[in-house]
Write a protein that binds this ligand. Structure first.
Ligand code: FES
Ligand SMILES: [Fe+2]
Length: 436
């Protein structure tokens, strides 16, 4: 099925074309990758040296982070083939709720259809290609700007393209096309917005352009065992923050997100409750869809804020061990998330160029916490604490990006506390190789 209900038992559903779905030329995605010479040169630079064990591996070649052609290659090799997280089901709680996203230059609509299923489909009109969720006009000072304009709201029973008013229902089927009766052979019943595969995991919405891709959830079971007691499926997000046009490569962000090596150094004393040498290696197998990075904290019920303690009621369903566990996860290529004592949080990465990145940052809280007295005040304090970490991390990664452009950029070995970076590279390289 293409759309996925997110009720009980539906979490493992995955996408595909339903048998009764109207198909037409253009609904299938081509995966032919042409490998440009500069990309070939990078791929031939010995990527295997990054996939041996963490105790002897080296980083990827710097050009993987700086070469625009390589980023174009990654769109084909990763973003158009892998399960990409686009958001949370609470963003489309009711039929007709939708939001837009752009992945690898593809404008997409995420919508809950009138039957209650979550769908992800192309937002490109099947007439003459206007993005149907774009506004009919832009402010005069921005009329020339082709930067995607993302939107959200409730579309009622469907979408109407602002250009010539072709109208689609929430399943993407064309239901209206004015004055087309003289056009020979035109049948609106044959036309539908191309659908992506959809899978819901812990209320994160994943989509895949490759409707034949193997399901994601079975390859996330290692994470599932770590986070089960946080019950993330029953968490809801508070107001997300959107950070735009950050000037570094998406992989530099992921690598910073999961390594413990810098905790004692860059973050120095502000991270005293979660030290670098507390890192505990988690296994990674070639078929895993996620990388785990976890460590013991110095005390239970910690918090990333100036008090070092959880500000909200700690989650009671965790074991004694889990009360002193700081854990971070990558589900490449777009989702990074972590669990705290009283909440969880995620970063949704949308790269727009080799050195440009949009990130959505949001906290996830057990249902009911958003109604706690002083929730917003406490969340603001918590956000300040996290901001402090982010400011240090963002300063470091933007500087790393500058360094990676240098002719002297290194391809260094790693510390054992950076093992998750090596695991990330072991996720990346086979995908680069199979696409080249
Ligand atoms: S481009 Fe959408 S109706 Fe013409
Ligand atoms: Fe950090």
């Amino acid at each position: 099925m293409t759309a996925t209900k997110d009720g009980p038992g539906a979490a493992r559903d995955r996408g595909g074309y339903p048998p009764d779905h109207p198909s037409e030329e253009g609904n299938s995605v081509s995966f032919t990758t042409t490998t440009k010479p500069s990309v070939r040169q990078i791929l031939d630079a010995g990527l295997d040296a990054s996939t041996v064990g963490a105790d002897e591996a080296v980083m990827l070649p710097p050009a993987c982070y700086t070469d625009p052609e390589f980023f174009e290659f990654e769109k084909q090799a990763l973003f158009l083939r892998e399960w990409v997280c686009l958001g949370r089901t609470e963003q489309v709680a009711n039929p007709g709720d939708y939001f837009t996203a752009t992945i690898a230059d593809e404008p997409l609509i995420v919508v809950r259809d009138t039957h209650g299923a979550v769908r992800v489909m192309s937002a490109v009109c099947r007439h003459r290609a206007m993005v149907i969720t774009d506004p009919p006009a832009k402010p005069s000072e921005r009329w020339w700007d082709t930067t995607p304009v993302e939107s959200s709201g409730n579309c009622g029973h469907g979408f109407r393209c602002p250009y010539h008013f072709w109208t689609y229902n929430t399943e993407g089927r064309l239901i209206g096309a004015p004055d087309m009766e003289r056009t020979k052979g035109f049948r609106k019943e044959d036309i539908c917005l191309p659908q992506l595969g959809v899978e819901i995991w812990n209320n994160f919405i994943f989509a895949n352009f490759d409707t034949g891709a193997p399901p994601l959830s079975p390859r996330l079971e290692k994470i599932e065992t770590v986070i089960a007691n946080w019950d993330i499926a029953n968490m809801v997000q508070s107001t997300p923050e959107d950070l735009e046009a950050l000037p570094w490569n998406w992989k530099v962000m992921f690598e910073n997100f999961v390594e413990f090596y810098h905790s004692d150094r860059l973050h120095n004393r502000i991270c005293a409750f979660s030290t670098s040498d507390s890192y505990i290696e988690s296994p990674f197998a070639p078929d895993d869809a996620a990388i785990i990075s976890a460590g013991r904290t110095t005390h239970p019920d910690f918090g990333f804020n100036p008090t070092f303690k959880a500000l909200f009621p700690p989650i009671k369903t965790r074991t004694e061990d889990e009360r002193a566990l700081a854990a971070f996860f990558l589900v490449p290529p777009t989702l990074a998330f972590g669990v705290n004592s009283d909440s969880a949080f995620y970063f949704l990465l949308v790269p727009t160029a080799v050195d440009r990145l949009n990130i959505r940052v949001a906290g996830l809280y057990p249902r009911g916490y958003l109604d706690l007295p002083l929730f917003h005040e406490l969340e603001a304090v918590s956000a300040l604490g996290i901001d402090y970490f982010n400011q240090m991390d963002f300063a470091a990664v933007s500087s790393v990006q500058r360094g990676l452009r240098s002719r002297f950029a290194p391809r260094s070995q790693l510390c054992w506390q950076e093992t998750p970076i090596n695991q990330f590279h072991r996720w990346l390289v086979p995908r680069y190789e199979s696409a080249s």
